[in-house]
Design a protein around this ligand. Structure first.
Ligand code: DP6
Length: 337
C-alpha cells in the first residue's frame, strides 16, 4: 500500500523571538523559554513566495527512509531532524512503512532566509495527512516544533502566538488573527546571501550563559501579550515598536553569551542607523533581525514601495523582497514525484 500527500507552508518572521529552550525539559522537544509571536510571510517579489512544497509517501515497497531537498539527498543532522517529526507520527498512526520525501523551496536555501520554519511545517502537515491522522492545526504545530521550534508557528497563516507551554502536549502555536485582519507589510533587505555562520541550535543552547537572558525572557513574556493585543487593536506603531525592542533584547543576549554570537555585519548596522533617519523623514517603519545579518522592516501597506526604494539606495543592500501576511499552510494536490 502506498499513501502520498503534499503540502505547502510559508516561513515566518518573529516579532517576539524564540531564543533559548527551557532547561527543565528534554532539549529535543524544543520547548522555548518564552512565548513568541510571528507573522507568516508571503513573498511578493520574483515568484519568491517564501514557501516550501513537500511531498511525502509511505509504502511497504520502500526499503529505507529517504529525503531530498532541492535535489540534494538529506543525511546526518538534516535527516535526524526529519525523523524527529515523522517517527512519532508514524508511531501514533501505528504504521511501519518507510517513507520517501521530496521538498522544494521557492527561494534559494542559501539566500539567508529561514527555510526550516516552512520546511518542517510543510513536512508535519503532509505527514499527518498521509498517515490519515485526525489532528487539529494546534496538534500539528506540536510535531512541526520537533523539527524546528519556529516551524510550530508556520502551521498558521497571518499572526501567530506560540505559547511556550510546559510539555510536548502544551507547547503549540495558535492564530491571533488571519492575514487580512491586520494591515502590515514587510520588506526584507538582503545584505548577505549565505547560510548562517552559527546555527540557531548553537544559540538556543548558549542563551542562558548571557547575564541578560533572564531579563529578556521576562520582558518577552510581557511583550508577547502586549503585542498580541496591539495586533488585535490594529495598532501598527505599537506592534513595530515592541518588535524592534524585542529584537534588540535577543541580539543583546546573543552578543553577551559564551561564546558570543555577532550576527550583524557592517551593513546590518548601517540599516539600523538609517531607520532613525527614515522615520524622521516621515517613513514609519520598524526593523527586526533574526540569527543572521539581513533586516526585515515592517511598514504600512501603502508605504511598501517607498520603503523598498529607500532601502535599495542604502549601500550594501543587494536585494529586497516584499512580503505580506500569508494564508494558512495547507495540503495541496500537486505532488513532487
Ligand atoms: C532567531 O530553532 O526555529 O529565528 O535554525 O531555522 O531551525 P532554525 O531556527 P529555530 O530558531 C529560530 C530563531 C529565530 C527567532 C524566531 O524565529 O523566533
Amino acid at each position: 500500500m502506498t499513501v502520498k500527500t503534499s503540502a505547502i507552508a510559508h516561513s515566518n518572521i518573529a516579532l517576539i523571538k524564540y531564543w533559548g529552550r527551557s532547561r527543565d525539559h528534554d532539549p529535543n522537544l524544543n520547548i522555548p523559554s518564552n512565548d513568541s509571536v510571528s507573522m507568516t510571510k508571503y513573498g511578493l517579489t520574483d515568484d519568491i513566495h517564501l514557501q516550501t512544497h513537500t511531498t511525502i509517501a509511505f509504502s511497504d515497497n520502500y526499503q529505507e527512509d529517504t529525503a531530498n531537498l532541492d535535489g540534494a539527498v538529506l543525511t546526518g543532522r538534516n535527516m535526524d531532524r526529519i525523523l524527529r517529526v515523522v517517527d512519532p507520527l508514524r508511531k501514533h498512526a501505528g504504521v511501519d512503512a518507510k517513507f520517501k520525501m521530496m521538498s522544494s523551496n521557492d527561494f534559494p536555501t542559501q539566500a539567508g532566509l529561514a527555510s526550516s520554519s516552512s520546511g518542517f511545517a510543510a513536512l508535519a502537515i503532509a505527514t499527518v495527512h498521509a498517515l490519515g491522522i485526525d489532528f487539529t492545526k494546534e496538534d500539528i504545530s506540536k510535531y512541526a516544533r520537533l523539527g524546528s521550534g519556529s516551524a510550530a508557528r508556520s502551521i498558521h497563516g497571518g499572526f501567530v502566538y506560540w505559547n511556550k507551554g510546559s510539555s510536548h502536549e502544551t507547547s503549540f502555536a495558535q492564530q491571533i488573527c488571519g492575514p487580512d485582519e491586520f494591515d502590515i507589510n514587510a520588506v526584507i533587505a538582503i545584505v548577505h546571501e549565505g547560510t548562517k555562520e552559527v546555527t540557531s541550535d548553537v544559540g538556543h543552547k548558549s542563551a542562558h550563559t548571557s547575564p541578560f537572558d533572564g531579563v529578556r525572557i521576562r520582558k518577552s513574556q510581557e511583550q508577547a501579550k502586549e503585542i498580541r493585543k496591539a495586533i488585535l487593536d490594529h495598532d501598527f506603531a505599537k506592534v513595530g515598536k515592541i518588535a524592534e525592542e524585542n529584537c534588540k533584547y535577543m541580539h543583546a543576549v546573543m552578543m553577551t553569551s559564551t561564546p558570543p554570537l555577532f550576527y550583524w555585519s557592517p551593513e546590518t548596522l548601517r540599516l539600523i542607523r538609517s531607520t532613525q533617519e527614515m522615520r524622521r523623514e516621515g517613513l514609519e517603519c520598524y526593523f527586526t533581525i533574526d540569527a543572521g545579518p539581513n533586516v526585515h522592516y515592517f511598514c504600512r501597506p501603502e508605504d511598501t514601495l517607498e520603503l523598498q526604494k529607500t532601502l535599495e539606495k542604502i549601500e550594501g543592500v543587494r536585494k529586497t523582497i516584499l512580503v505580506k501576511p500569508a494564508n494558512d499552510s495547507q495540503v495541496i494536490k500537486k505532488h513532487l514525484f
